[in-house]
Design a protein around this ligand. Structure first.
Ligand SMILES: NC(=O)c1ccc[n+]([C@@H]2O[C@H](COP(=O)([O-])OP(=O)(O)OC[C@H]3O[C@@H](n4cnc5c(N)ncnc54)[C@H](OP(=O)(O)O)[C@@H]3O)[C@@H](O)[C@H]2O)c1
Length: 255
């Protein structure tokens, strides 16, 4: 049911709420789109591949979600600029941005043998990509009465968990690119929180848990739907909700 719909979500809004999710063609991002759509939000499916994006939009629409496709490669300036223009031309603003797209860079990534090119590639997507997309969409988010930004992080980016008892075994493999990229993302997100303090923009980080997706060869133990839950909650926070937090289903993730 594409087009403008009236909805009321947890934020008490009674106008259509527009969301954009990056990397929404599959995995956790798709389920975030499905979950927000089921709550009545209009969802932009950000995806870099035309066929995968069209298929996801069609599947969401078949499920009754007001979904639209947004060609979007988070590593490409032109693509991100065009994505922001598409949203602006169609809606004039954005209410919710979920920076979900991410890569591991492939394993193994032992610190003593890693190819620096892998680190650059992962940081380009998981960190610079988030900055690129956020900065392109911020002018549209500023026009919203209740803007929300959710950055998809991971508890493997928690230095407390990495360094705590059993950290090396409980927080994933020793890896030089992916976990540090999420630590970097958390640090970057906090800088946005500081600059945007005093505005109505709530920015938080979500950890989905260990979810069975392409990212880990489907070795995760949670479903993508379960993995989407925290991001959906943070995307639909009420105006008095938290900002600058790092959350998983069970509550705060330690830094
Ligand atoms: N799975 C887990 O256990 C887990 C745990 C903690 C955090 N996370 C985080 O959750 C997020 C989603 O991961 P997932 O598990 O759902 O992985 P996934 O199934 O591999 O999905 C990743 C998504 O990101 C997209 N993507 C990758 N590079 C992109 C780019 N340059 N531009 C646009 N889109 C791009 C992919 O698109 P293509 O289909 O085109 O490749 C895909 O849609 C990631 O940020 C990940 O780090 C996952």
């Amino acid at each position: 049911m594409p087009g403008i719909t009236l909805c009321s979500d947890d934020r008490g809004m009674t106008e259509t709420t527009i969301a954009l999710i990056t990397g929404a063609n599959k995995g956790i991002g798709y389920e975030i789109a499905a979950g927000l759509g089921a709550r009545g939000l209009t969802v932009g499916v950000g995806a870099r591949d035309d066929q995968r994006r069209d298929a996801a939009v069609a599947k969401l629409r078949a499920a009754g979600v007001d979904a639209f496709g947004v060609p979007l490669d988070v590593t490409d300036d032109e693509s991100v600029t065009a994505a922001a223009k598409l949203v602006e031309d169609r809606f004039g603003r954005l209410d919710v941005l979920v920076n979900n797209a991410g890569i591991t860079g492939g394993m193994p990534q032992e610190p003593t043998r890693v190819d620096p090119a892998i680190i650059r590639t992962v940081v380009e997507t998981n960190v610079i990509g988030v900055i690129r997309v956020t900065n392109a969409l911020l002018p549209l988010l500023r026009r919203s009465s209740a803007p929300r930004i959710v950055n998809m992080s991971s508890s493997v980016g928690s230095l407390t968990r990495q360094s705590g008892p059993g950290g090396a075994t409980t927080t994933g493999p020793v890896a030089m690119a992916y976990p540090p990229s999420k630590t970097f993302l958390n640090a970057v997100t906090l800088q946005y929180v500081k600059e945007l303090a005093g505005t109505n923009i709530l920015i938080n980080m979500a950890c989905p848990g260990f979810v069975a997706t392409d990212l880990n060869g489907f070795r995760g133990v949670r479903t993508p739907e379960q993995g989407a839950a925290t991001a959906i909650r943070l995307a639909t926070l009420p105006d008095n909700g938290p900002t600058g937090g790092f959350f998983e289903d069970a509550g705060d993730v330690p830094w």
